[in-house]
Ligand binder design. Sequence first.
Ligand code: ADP
Length: 408
Amino acid sequence: MKILILNSGSSSIKYQLFEMPGGAVIARGLLEKIGEETSIFSQKSDKGQVELKQPVANHDDGVNFIIGILTDPVHGVIASVEEISGIGHRVVHGGEEFTASVIITDDVIEKIKKYADLAPLHNPPNLMGIMACRRRLPSAMQVACFDTAFHHSLPPHAYLYAIPYGLYKKFGIRRYGFHGTSHLYVAKRLASLLNTDKEKLNIITCHLGNGCSITAIEKGMSVDTSMGFTPLEGLVMGTRSGDVDPAILFYLNSKGYSCEELNTLLNKKSGLLGVSELSNDMRNLIEAKTRGDMRAQIAIDIFCYRIRKYIGSYLAVLGHTDAIVFTGGIGENNAMIRHGAVKGLEPLGVELDLARNDTAQRSETLISSDASRIKVYVIPTNEELQIALDTYTIAGNMGSGTGALSRT
Ligand code: ADP
């Protein structure tokens, strides 16, 4: 059974076509810079690598473009779209509604729309991908996998804010958490590496990409996570501030900043970009830092320090911790950031092996010393595979009359 997975971000669509149940990747690709003057497309498959540059105006055109390549007589890997039985979509915000992946119905679409105001950078492009697939591949079963679902196990003391309880009841203001598919995937991979079940492990998972979050996982269940009501809370990110004193907003409002400007300020102009005033891309900042750029240096220092604070607090949340996992573009690739994030935690049982850390890149690697009480790993995330597994399981369950999957 061929399952297509779409991860539609604000300006990109990542996709993978899987042969399930084995999980073999038939093709994988990335369409970047959607909406810019020139979009960049690349695909790898056993037909070789395709790289193209051309304008792609929006996500609708993006999905059409990707389907066109998958079925292309030269570069294509399938003869017709009819071969695709299921499509799994990453959807960022599922509110309290979705505790597991679900088949996409009109009702599910309405609920994804409802949560768009809580994840304005994410749910709208996710929905555009879904709608385009509905038009282009009407016979394929579509499944939504929510970033929030894994965090449904947060206890009330972790998900409630200390604001009037009525606001939770009336508006659903609470912490939801995001990147759940990634945190779940790396927790499962870690359990497999340690030859045990994730239900037997307490883990701190650090997803460090453009968006960053950290999760405390107790016996396989998410019990606290750094992102909150929206993906804005918590760690420092590419363009998002993470935690700030909310009083800053009242103060800036009194200085003439509108609500909309404050929203843009914290979501799009803050984080690494805001502090460095240079770039939201960690690679650029590391390069600038080596040239002696002090603003790049401080942006990186704040980034690492915030991670360290969260790791420290989650060590306290979990009590006993078996392992810390780094994943995401930064977590998988950069030894200096990983080192900066756990430096000084030796008295708490976390000690890196610097040589192991330096050589670990995009592969499942132990990077702590043999003496470290808490193991530290790099584990590349694979949200697409996790979504493919969910989509395949739902498709299988459909045959036996069950529509939803309990995530494992
Ligand atoms: P997304 O959250 O959009 O999926 P990724 O997980 O791909 O993003 O992470 C993107 C981030 O990873 C960017 O800040 C990029 O600079 C960073 N990154 C990628 N490779 C490296 C590297 N070798 N060193 C440092 N940062 C890297």
